[in-house]
Design a protein around this ligand. Structure first.
Ligand code: HEM
Length: 451
């Protein structure tokens, strides 16, 4: 039985009057500053930041309150989501209310484990295509950027599962060029609240151009799929019918969902895989245990969907990687009405900063949180912890729709890489850098050797 999380009492950040946490933010990185506040002041802290109340949350009981038990009082605010909305419009990530619910009902079944079995083959082929390109690096021992390679893998997977095998290599290249630029724009603009949207910046024009080009490309892929459906995600979404209204999605809505799934599903998974190789380089004994599991379950055979549940140790390693380096480190919410969380009063229009990184590094929940210990995810150990202690995919009704897709992809990609290669990291001392996703501070360079 999981223990019911105890709700901590709100503490006030002990900063200077008026300037609040600004001096700390200027002296350290945002991640260091917020982590330091979490360790010193607790998992539920009122910050001084501007004129409105802001609450920093790194405690499972408060996550449960905001994301599940009282989620209607805490919708997504303009901070960050305002910029996301420019890109993803009415897609699943950025819509709210009845419209969101209708879309979620239509899309969710396609991410069910049974449906994922249909795309597992496309996944392994897409990963293999990138790994085939590593042979030349391995032969001459040339150093390369592992982060970029992980992005190639996850981009290839999401593009092919979304649009099927019919997509040409020129179209694949265009997607690979446009999507990262569009996402960088979201991070830049979304976390720049000091420059309001109505002040134009040169990045806005570049974004408009990229967006229009991406839109035209996706529209042509949708048109093709209308004429000749396949077993890809777009074909499935094209044929989805809302049970209650009997309606189907318009092309505009399909585009919003397509760009949302791209945006949500590609960089998050590549960030996870990038940190994985960084951390495994420091733990050769863990890598050995992963290889032993692969040898006994698969040998050199390519993993299938059914194999994923037969690789529990690799699953634990990836779960621990998602704990140490949650790809989405922080998300905001905003209160509609006054509320009580435990014994603490939260006023209307307050900003809640859901600090996922802080939750995963909270020493009141995790013993030695800075140590990489996959055994934390052994079933017996897990059952002693609140289910709200590990939330890389968030929780409640707005939980990630692609969590099983992402775990399956990460497990299959890791297995295929370990079957074929040995990776040595040559760029040490990386630290996580705060942003819309938790990327490393420097490129992760490494060399691969064929096994
Ligand atoms: C390791 C990989 C991933 C991580 C850590 C992750 C994390 C998250 C988180 C934290 C949210 C909540 C966002 C919010 O509240 O605003 C979310 C939502 C979402 N994710 Fe993921 N995600 C991952 C992979 C994927 C994949 C592979 C897909 C699709 C193929 C995907 C699609 C979505 C969508 C559509 C939403 C919005 C759901 C809704 O609001 O109804 N994600 N994800």
């Amino acid at each position: 039985m999981q223990p019911a999380p105890h709700t901590p009492t709100l503490t006030k950040h002990k900063g200077l009057p008026i300037v609040g946490i600004l001096p700390e933010l200027l002296a350290n990185s945002p991640l260091q500053t917020l982590s330091h506040i979490m360790v010193r002041d607790g998992g539920f802290v009122e910050l001084q930041l501007g004129t409105k109340p802001v609450y920093l949350v790194s405690d499972p009981a408060i996550f449960r309150h905001v994301l599940r038990d009282h989620h209607r009082n805490y919708p997504k605010p303009d901070l960050l989501y305002g910029t996301l909305k420019k890109v993803a419009k009415n897609g699943l990530l950025t819509s709210e209310g009845d419209f969101w619910l209708r879309q979620r009902r239509m899309i969710q079944p396609h991410f069910h484990r049974r449906q994922l079995a249909n795309i597992a083959g496309t996944m392994t082929e897409s990963i293999a295509a990138v790994l085939d390109g590593w042979q030349s690096y391995a032969t001459i021992g040339q150093q390369f950027d592992l982060g970029i390679q992980m992005s190639h893998i996850t981009m290839n997977v999401i593009t092919r599962t979304m649009f099927g095998q019919g997509i040409s290599s020129t179209e694949l290249d265009t997607v690979a060029r446009l999507v990262p630029d569009i996402l960088n724009y979201v991070t830049m603009r979304g976390f720049m609240p000091l420059v309001p949207d109505w002040i134009p910046l040169p990045v806005d024009r570049k974004f408009e151009r990229n967006y229009a080009e991406f839109r035209a490309l996706v529209q042509s892929l949708i048109d093709r799929r209308r004429q000749k459906p396949g077993s890809d995600l777009i074909s499935m979404l094209l044929n989805s019918v809302d049970d209650e209204t009997n309606e189907q999605m318009t092309d505009d809505q399909l585009f919003d969902e397509a760009i949302t799934i791209f945006g949500a599903g590609f960089e998050t998974t590549s960030t996870t895989l990038t940190w994985l190789w960084y951390i495994l380089d420091q733990h050769p004994q863990i890598t050995d245990m992963m290889r032993q599991e692969i040898s006994s379950v698969l040998g050199q055979r390519t993993p299938t969907m059914e194999d994923v549940s037969r690789l529990p140790y690799i699953t634990m390693v990836i779960s621990e990687c998602l704990r140490m380096f949650p790809p989405i480190p922080l998300l905001p919410r905003s209160s509609i009405n006054d509320d009580n969380i435990g014994e603490s009063k939260i006023p209307a229009k307050a900003t809640i900063l859901l600090f996922y990184y802080g939750l995963h590094h909270n020493p009141r929940i995790w013993a030695a949180p800075e140590e990489f210990r996959p055994e934390r995810f052994l079933p017996d150990t897990e059952s002693n912890r609140s289910t709200f202690a590990w939330l890389p995919f968030s929780a409640g009704p707005r939980k990630c729709i692609g969590d099983e897709f992402a775990m399956m992809e990460a497990i299959i990609a890791t297995t295929m890489i370990l079957q074929r290669f040995e990776i040595t990291v040559t760029q040490k001392d990386l630290v996580p850098r705060f942003g819309a996703t938790l990327r490393p501070s420097k490129p992760l360079l490494g060399v691969v050797r064929k096994r």
